[in-house]
Design a protein around this ligand. Structure first.
Ligand SMILES: [Zn+2]
Length: 241
């Protein structure tokens, strides 16, 4: 990633607050990955169980779901981080060229952006000039391209983190499958999985300063829907096929 001296948007916040928002982003990604793992593995397990599979068959399906989901998360995250970094680099390269070749045009461009945000033209021109004198590329990156802080693009790390979060989530319903007899598998797996989801949804909401009940209910609702649909499909195809 090209070095850009853009200030992070939270730099005006107190130091501790900036780190708090930073941590929320990281934690939210981890919780979302774990949610995915719970929802998709529990749904798959319920679908296979509803189709009258053996206990071993359900277990194999659950393990396959964990591995496939973790790899799919890793690949998706890697590609997403890389392509985001590539397109940001291309946009910054173009911006750098424009700043080298057409400073007055770039001042006009930034001025127009600030006028669009509500400054009067004289003040907007002054702001554009002062910000560009301080850090021209940074000002354009932030206010024209919407690239705020430089995400230190570490695609392998992002991929590994997503895969790990998904695996931890998927391991929860999988552990329940391993411990519970086939006969009571459907109610116990769906019940515990919804409880895990409610807990994680509430935790994420609490850390983010939002309503715990709302956060828990939202994720539980979607989880229940996914499980009910998959179990229904398993039931239907299990009797037909
Ligand atoms: Zn520009």
């Amino acid at each position: 990633m090209a070095p850009v001296t853009t200030r992070c948007p939270g730099a005006f916040l107190r130091h501790s607050e900036w780190h708090r928002t930073d941590r929320i982003g990281w934690l939210r990604a981890a919780v979302l990955g774990a949610n995915d793992g719970i929802v998709s593995t529990a749904s798959l397990v319920l679908g296979v169980a509803a189709a009258d599979a053996t206990h071993a068959g359900v277990m194999v399906a659950g393990i396959a779901s964990l591995v496939a989901g973790a790899m799919s998360m890793a690949a998706g995250e890697y590609v997403s981080v890389r392509s985001q970094a590539d397109s940001e680099k291309a946009a910054l390269d173009l911006e750098r060229t424009e700043l080298d070749t057409d400073v007055p045009g770039e001042v006009r461009e930034l001025t127009a952006i600030y006028v669009g945000r509500g400054l009067d033209p004289a003040l907007a021109g002054q702001v554009a000039q002062q910000l560009m004198a301080h850090d021209a590329l940074g000002a354009h990156a932030r206010d024209e391209l919407g690239i705020s802080a430089m995400h230190s693009a570490r695609p392998i790390q992002a991929a590994a983190t997503s895969a790990l979060a998904f695996s931890v989530g998927a391991a929860l319903p999988l552990a329940v499958v391993a411990l519970v007899p086939l006969a009571s598998l459907v109610p116990v797996v769906s019940g515990t999985s919804l409880a895990f989801l409610a807990f994680l949804g509430g935790l994420a909401a609490r850390v983010g300063g939002a309503s715990v009940a709302k956060g828990a209910m939202r994720v539980t609702f979607w989880g229940a829907l996914a499980m009910a649909l998959t179990a229904g499909v398993g039931k239907v195809f299990g009797t037909v096929v």
